[in-house]
Design a protein around this ligand. Structure first.
Ligand SMILES: *Cc1c(COP(=O)(O)O)cnc(C)c1O
Length: 422
């Protein structure tokens, strides 16, 4: 249970919640920075340099992007809004990777205008991109490889052939050849085939697969790959019995793979990049909520003032999020379903979960909401999305996003009698 501690005492939390109405997401800047530094330290050996492009979708708040930029991170974007958030936070040029999948022309144009590295999801996107950009391709391009059914001995990587992303091996060679013939001069190679993976060996295997391919691209096409992008997907220990991925071990394993593939082939130093989102901010976010009601029918229920509007993962994927009741930890425990207020029976943060027995009015903390938490929120039932607060190590917090109001909620309607603020 040790990794689910709060960076502040129950009293500090109570003081905070007296100043800022619940529910809110609270992010720990100190923890995020410390983790970012450990991440970079694990890859300090990379001859061509290492960079993480933070997957913006995990926590699309420019204040967070600004602090990650300060730690040396770029941004991984897949939409116009994400590109604009990066640009506003000072993440520009090749510090942005724009990973396409079913991408409209306008988004390609905006990504190109910002100088982002464009990562293509299909061979056909080469023509599409060229057309979108008025006939010219960017100077640098990356392709997303889908390794499909892998060669024997690579069971760790799972079943990429079920995923909609990327190019097959044949298409990949063809893509680089065509891109080069059309004037592209610099190249990257990308893959991303897992999500929330806790096995460190997985990332080492993925790196080895890509390094082998870099060597083969050099041998078959005489093409130099300048950077390898291992994607994101490093998992976090949502459950108390899980342990965090040992980043130093991942770094060391990838170093060995590098020294056994790229070095003997005599290739120029490679730049290594990743696109981790979840691992970077996930564990440093807390959804703080209050108990509104308790009820006992066929099961026991604790009802919170937060709901799926604030955190969708448990309802949508059945995901586990650890729950603590800071003022009651160490006291009697009891099994509850912990619910929100939507008229949807899957609006539950936990099923049959033993927690420190709370009373109405108590603060409840849902852990690991720093990725895909606030970001996935929606407004079903007219529920509003909460504020986001940033704890920077002092006694107070910065409000980095205010809570939505009903005026915000009705802003797209034009109808008399509603509070639209106009
Ligand atoms: C979602 C995503 C990521 C980040 O995944 P995490 O699990 O947050 O590390 C990286 N790259 C691409 C292309 C993605 O879609």
């Amino acid at each position: 249970m040790t990794h689910h501690h709060l960076p502040f005492s129950p009293d500090q939390l109570a003081t905070l919640a007296a100043r800022h109405p619940t529910p809110f997401h609270l992010y720990d800047e100190v923890g995020i920075r410390k983790n970012a530094r450990a991440f970079y330290q694990a890859f300090a050996w990379v001859p061509g340099g290492f960079q993480n492009y933070y997957a913006v979708k995990a926590l699309p708040n420019p204040h967070i992007l600004d602090l990650l930029r300060d730690e040396g991170m770029g941004g991984d974007c897949s939409s116009l809004a994400e590109l604009q958030l990066c640009a506003a936070a000072g993440i520009r040029g090749e510090n942005i990777v724009f990973t396409s999948n079913d991408t409209p022309a306008e988004e390609y144009r905006q990504a190109h205008a910002l100088g982002a590295i464009i990562n293509l999801d299909d061979l056909s996107h080469l023509d599409f991109l060229q057309q979108a950009l008025g006939g010219r391709l960017p100077g640098v391009l990356c392709f997303r490889y889908n390794p499909g059914p892998l060669k024997e001995g690579n069971a760790i990587i799972g079943k990429p052939e079920e995923a909609k992303y990327g190019l097959t091996r044949e298409q990949l060679f063809e893509g680089y050849r065509q891109a080069r013939d059309r004037g592209v001069r610099r190249f990257g190679l990308h893959t991303m085939v897992a999500s929330n993976e806790l096995n460190p060996q997985y990332f080492v295997e993925t790196a080895r697969l890509l390094f082998d391919l870099v060597v083969e691209l050099q041998a078959r096409l005489g093409l130099r790959i300048e950077f390898v992008n291992l994607g994101g997907g490093i998992g976090i220990p949502y459950r108390p019995e899980q342990t965090a991925v040992d980043l130093a071990a991942v770094g060391a394993g990838i170093r060995t793979a590098y020294e056994q593939t790229i070095v003997p082939a005599g290739l120029a130093p490679l730049r290594l990049v990743m696109e981790c989102g979840r691992m970077v901010t996930g564990p440093y976010g807390y959804l703080v909520s209050r108990v509104l009601h308790k009820k006992a029918i066929y099961k026991n229920y604790v009802g919170l003032d937060a709901c799926m509007a604030n955190l969708m993962r448990p309802g949508m994927y059945g995901s586990y999020h650890h729950i603590t009741v800071p003022a009651r930890e160490g006291g009697p425990r009891k099994v509850y379903d912990v619910t929100g207020s939507l008229c949807e029976n899957n609006d539950k943060f936990a099923l049959d979960r033993e927690i420190a027995d709370p009373q109405p009015g108590d603060l409840v903390v849902i852990h690991d909401t720093g990725a895909h938490g606030h970001a996935m929120g929606f407004n079903y039932n007219g529920k509003l999305r909460s504020a986001e607060l940033l704890w920077q190590g002092g006694t107070d917090v910065r409000v980095i996003r205010r809570a939505e109001t009903l005026t915000d909620h009705f802003a797209t309607l034009d109808f008399p009698g509603l509070p639209t603020g106009g």
